[in-house]
Design a protein around this ligand. Sequence first.
Ligand SMILES: [Zn+2]
Length: 566
Amino acid sequence: MVSLDPVLSEAERKKELASKLKLMSSDQEEHIAEVRAQEAGLPYISLVTFPIDSDVLELVSKTRARETDAVLFYHQGKDVRVGAVEPRSEKVQELMKDLIKKFGAAPVLYLISRRSLAACLARYRREAPQEAVLEGELSVNANEVTLAGEAVKNLEELGARITSLPPSQILQAVVVNATIMGASDIHIEPKEKNARLRFRVDGVLQDITNFARDGWSLLLSRIKVLSRLKLNVHETPQDGSFVLRLPLGTAGEENIYDIRVSILPGGWGETIVMRLLSRKMEAVSITDLGMKERDFQLVQAELKRANGMILVTGPTGSGKTTTLASFIKAVNTPELKIITLEDPIEYRLPGVQQTQIDHAAGYTFAKGLRSILRQDPDMILLGEMRDEETAETAVHAALTGHLVFSTLHTNNAAGAIPRLVNMGAKPYVLAPALNLIIAQRLVRKVCPKCAEEYKPDAAIKERIAEVMAGVRTDVFDPSRLKNKKLTILKAVGCKACVNGYKGRVGAFEIFAVDNNIKELMIEGANEFRVQEAALKQGMTTITQDGFIKVLDHVTSLEEIERIAEE
Ligand SMILES: [Zn+2]
């Protein structure tokens, strides 16, 4: 316990407290906050692992929260709760007046520790729009957007245009065209004589052009300034971000992107990678995921259940978050309380209480999940299960009246079971908890405007028949391959697409954990036997589903072979 000298001035007391706080453990810090709250006659709360809806947090901007050392952490009708480090300060009193005007009732004021404040500040979803105007922002004029949209017909033309621009105009042209092409990342790599520019579109890196090193060094400085990074540091990696504003038409509307910047030192200079995240990212409808009828019906049935666990597996970038977001969108109704735990929040889900992981502050998957369960949710979206404690709590939640959605990093669906067992889950506890397991990859769709139809030769048909062998005939009719009119599509390329592809859908491997599979799990059956039972149920492997998508003219044979090789 720390005693404070009563004769010290308020400022000195704060200073002394601050210096003492540095020496203390976090528990002591919370204890002091508790004592200070008692002295002030206010309630105390620790917000370090309190689940806070990011939408609620943003009712007070991050800038204002920083200025006042106060956060709005709970809001339900007129029940508004604010935590402040110095609740009696003038700035907090002003904030309270503004909040009374806004909500028509006085918020309940809590005293919180600086650690709680830091934990809340870290959980603001990316940068809040209202403060983005101040710094770290790139605004593009409407002319450039129109020009870029009209001038560029294909990748070669885009490359030629960027190479022809004066260095000062390259950044604007690069980011605008990346958004028009729907790129997720921009890569700029300096080489001996020039710099290489690539865009990642639909998961695949596309070469755009090489431009002069002058352009690269100017670009590097501008991006560093925008992202508030150190200009004179060249030997260590740096991470930052800035906001991109793109005007939409003439009505003053705009598209806002958060651009995450990563700068890495390399042999010929620093490599720049920018990830583009649209603020408008909304969950897609479950009908747009690309599921065939059998898979779609199975998922629909499982989403109607009130408890259990739905797992989506696959490597990073396989679209797991997109699939789960569409599931939440499908089940979301006002009568249900849905809470998420994400790292980071990618899609905005209206009406859903979304919370963001903050490892540094201790709001981890394990701790966050336990806090969430105290909030009495009906459904929980858990970004991922990596450790024993999280898996155990999630399985327990699934068994006690919650529908739990989560992800695992396994290559196939049946592999999810041994992974969970390796993480410490007991098969006889796990078996009743699991409802549905999905493995997936993303495949690029062929562009319908330029794709060419052709008749596959005997060798191709034989290969497809070999892969499809054993698939239940009600899921895939093998006589399709004998049809003389059978055609498949070849990717070509036009101004509406990138190398003949546009957009992506999932290739899925889905099985319900039915009684047969539950029994196998309890028996301790290996992955192979679970896979066998799932195939009997009508499951197709990811490759089989991919081949069906080739025959259905969704994608090309080359694309499925590319995915299979990965
Ligand atoms: Zn095309």
